[in-house]
Design a protein around this ligand. Structure first.
Ligand code: ADP
Length: 398
């Protein structure tokens, strides 16, 4: 292997996902997951040359640091240290300061920390991961790649809430959008497959995983997206409600619910799980529906209907449409859900390409429907956020 390597780190409050890959090809040498940080069962598992291993972490000392040190040890043991040119960190919230991937220095780290106010569940963990990586790789460039950055091209009318403008000036309340790295990747890949410069392409990108969002992309730029000030907005998700009448919150508070209970219900007990009363997992929903479970059927119909409604409304910001792109665990793999969404899009002229849709079932890219009326296609593109992070980190490290 001659190409330079980038270590991609995605640090959560109790977890750390990592991948060591060639930025040019996406070939992954090492990948793994640290989980249960902060608990006795904290551990790191990884795959190296196709072989799986796992170790438990020691109690007491920082689990983020132990995990990063372990990764350093693995890289050294493989004699790959000299090939690593940068560390790329996934950072959820870049607020309005960060419109693109950024080399991390003390000021940038402080800004990421200050944005914890907007992303209390994510940014503090990213800071831990970045500090651990700085300790472990003092000589290497560290790069932050933000989930919000791609959406900073949204026009004011798309990101402004129809609320007292003081809430924006005082607290920064506006639409930021998330999943930006995924929407960026699939739009570039779709343009490549369609053989057209991305600057001339318009897409509706539909990322359906446990979290889910839709993005309107006009001439290569994000112009609107369904997640908002937080990742709770927009589509129905695995356990999140997505859009709802804000009056419901006031109603529940007046019924004596604590704010935390409302938050817990909307974030963790809604979506597929809440509607079906069964599971947050799309596969489980489809299986239960096929066995006649009424709650699962409703959850499936509601999910597909809401995705289609967003796709319909995202025709508005576009000059034309080249493709609807499906990605994420559900978008890449769930034939029945894609089929149901396409059925809901009949007025836009989409006719399913049955073979294409069936072939795309196992994460293959491909065209799954066409609309003659719009001169557009629907396609599946497996996302690859790690590759974008590796490429952008390698680029900045040059
Ligand atoms: P995350 O947002 O956590 O990254 P993923 O993108 O991995 O989530 O998506 C997880 C979702 O994808 C789950 O609802 C899961 O059921 C669904 N999924 C994964 N594989 C399949 C499959 N083969 N068929 C249907 N759904 C799938």
């Amino acid at each position: 292997m001659n190409n330079s390597l980038v270590l991609v780190l995605n640090s959560g409050s109790s977890s750390l996902k990592f991948a060591l890959m060639e930025a040019e090809t996406g070939n992954t040498v090492l990948s793994g997951l640290g989980e249960c940080f902060g608990l006795d069962e904290a551990r790191v598992s990884w795959k190296l040359h196709g072989e799986k291993s796992e170790v438990n972490l020691k109690p007491g000392e920082s689990h983020h640091q132990q995990a990063v040190d372990l990764i350093v040890g693995l890289i050294q043991a493989e004699k790959l240290s000299d090939k690593v040119v940068a560390i790329g960190h996934r950072v959820v919230h870049g607020g309005e300061c960060f419109t693109k991937a950024t080399l991390i220095d003390n000021d940038v780290l402080e800004q990421i920390d200050a944005l914890s106010d907007l992303a209390p569940l994510h940014n503090p963990s990213h800071v831990l991961g970045i500090k651990a990586a700085q300790n472990a790789f003092p000589g290497l460039p560290q790069v932050a790649v933000f989930d919000t950055a791609f959406h900073q091209s949204m026009p004011k009318k798309a990101y402004t809430g129809a609320i007292d403008s003081e809430l924006y000036s005082k607290y920064g309340i506006r639409r930021y959008g998330f999943h930006g790295t995924s929407h960026y990747y699939v739009s570039r890949e779709a343009a490549r497959q369609l053989g057209k410069p991305v600057e001339q392409c318009s897409f509706i990108s539909v990322h359906l995983g446990n979290g889910a969002s839709v993005c309107a992309i006009n001439n290569g730029e994000s112009v609107d997206t369904s997640m908002g000030f937080t990742p709770l907005a927009g589509l129905m998700m695995g356990t999140r409600s997505g859009d709802l009448d804000p009056g419901i919150i006031e109603f529940l508070l007046k019924k004596g619910w604590e704010p935390e209970q409302v938050f817990e219900s909307l974030n963790k007990k809604s979506g597929f799980l809440g509607v079906s009363g069964l599971t947050s997992d799309a596969r489980g929903i489809v299986e239960a529906m096929e066995q006649g479970h009424e709650g699962a059927k409703l959850a499936y119909e509601l999910f597909s209907y809401r995705v289609a409604k967003y796709i319909g409304s995202y025709m508005i910001p576009l000059d034309h449409l080249d493709a609807i792109i499906f990605t994420g665990g559900i978008g890449e793999n769930s034939l029945p859900i894609r089929r149901e969404i396409l059925k809901n899009l009949r007025l836009l002229g989409f006719v399913e390409d049955k073979k294409g849709n069936e072939d795309a079932r196992f994460g293959n890219a491909g065209i799954i429907a066409k609309s003659e009326m719009l001169n557009a296609v629907a396609m599946v593109i497996p996302t690859n956020e790690e590759l974008v992070i590796a490429q952008q980190a390698a680029e900045l490290a040059k």
